[in-house]
Design a protein around this ligand. Sequence first.
Ligand SMILES: [Zn+2]
Length: 164
Amino acid sequence: MALVTYVQHREMAEELAERFGFAVPPVDIRKIAEGLGIEVVEMTLPNWFFGVLVNLKEDFYIAVNKGMPDHSKNFTIAHELAHHQLHGDELAYMKNSKRDYFHREADVFAAALCMPTKMVKQEARKWCNDYHFLAEIFSVGETAMVRRLQEIGLLRDKLYPCKN
Ligand SMILES: [Zn+2]
């Protein structure tokens, strides 16, 4: 059983964004990776392969698919960064039977890192919950933005048309 909850994963992610001094969007995920000593490498990969955290003799790299749009690259880097912060050794969680659970945790962490609660509230108020525009300024996909606004309780739980 996991003793650490999604609430705590979100808090960890938001603390990380704050520690790097981000108070307005976008949160520069690459800068955070760099600050943690993780090199981000863009690679030509099959289109179903978003990215991976690699541990080479305790040197960490994040490989990200070069062919994806910027918002997908950002989220992928944030997701892999989450594995680094939450799960440490990539091989350990890739082999674990609770693998899906680890990836879900990483998604929760990544969403909070790219879209910290305080920042989202502040911008959502400024831009009247215009999730198309908010997605743009946070450099995330619209679907991810809507999900985050719903999580925070700023948008109703219904379907909103999203272009990415
Ligand atoms: Zn993952």
